[in-house]
Ligand binder design. Structure first.
Ligand code: SAH
Length: 214
């Protein structure tokens, strides 16, 4: 096994231990995704530390433990139709792509979307549909979704996202202040919605009509 693969395994194992995660399928997936390719080559040496890192356009690639916690809580089932808001580097996208034949991902910054698409195509992902635009409004054309994940912080849960959930569907979204938020898990149940607070987190702001102003 080469050094990069070993470093990646060790990081994922450490995250699983520290967070007390039991999700072996997700662990195996995260052990295959080459995070060092999703950051600038100057930062590649730090890619297997459990920290968020800067990417282009003043955005960040999420911390691996947060990606693990969110994906675990999202609990995608094989075959689910998934919508991701905040493509960013494409790292979380690569992990989600494992679970679904149809992954839709929206990013407001064209350059980030383009870079992520180029890399993910190079890595062999063919089941991802990309859009540049305001994901705080969701992506109406393909709704409803079984799972929606937002990787930027919103002031409140956008109604449009809730309404694009299928019955039995689940939405994960950080909400609260501009600097720090709480991770909310919203389930669409018969006749309404149920919300769970999964604890504190820190994300860059979701900028848009149903998010923050610039
Ligand atoms: N999952 C990504 C996280 C990137 S940070 C990763 O790990 O790389 C959050 C991303 O959300 C940023 O790229 C930011 O540009 C994007 N974003 C912010 N507001 C948005 C909006 N309204 N619609 C779509 N993307 C948005």
């Amino acid at each position: 096994m080469d050094a990069v693969t070993t470093a990646r395994r060790m990081m994922v194992e450490a995250v699983w231990k520290r967070q007390g995660l039991r999700n072996e399928e997700l662990q195996a997936v995260m052990e295959t995704v080459p995070r060092h390719l999703f950051v600038d080559s100057a930062l590649a040496a730090k890619a297997y530390q459990d920290i968020s890192l800067p990417i282009a356009a003043e955005q960040t690639i999420s911390q691996p433990s947060m990606v693990a916690i969110m994906t675990n809580a999202l609990a995608p089932r094989k075959g689910d139709k998934i919508l991701e808001i905040g493509t960013g580097s494409g790292y979380q996208t690569a992990i989600l792509a494992h679970y679904t034949p149809r992954l839709y991902t929206v990013e407001r910054i064209a350059a980030l979307s383009k870079r992520a698409q180029g890399l993910l195509e190079q890595l062999g992902f063919r089941n991802i549909i990309y859009k540049t635009g305001d994901g705080s409004l969701g992506w109406e054309s393909w709704a409803p979704y079984d799972r929606i994940i937002v990787t930027a912080g919103a002031p409140v849960v956008p109604d449009k996202l809730k309404l694009q959930l299928a019955e039995g569907g689940r939405l994960l979204i950080p909400t609260g202040g501009r600097e720090s938020q709480n991770l909310l898990c919203v389930d669409r149940v018969a006749g309404g919605f149920r919300e769970d607070d999964l604890g504190e987190c820190r994300f860059v702001p979701l900028l848009g009509k149903e998010g923050w102003e610039k």
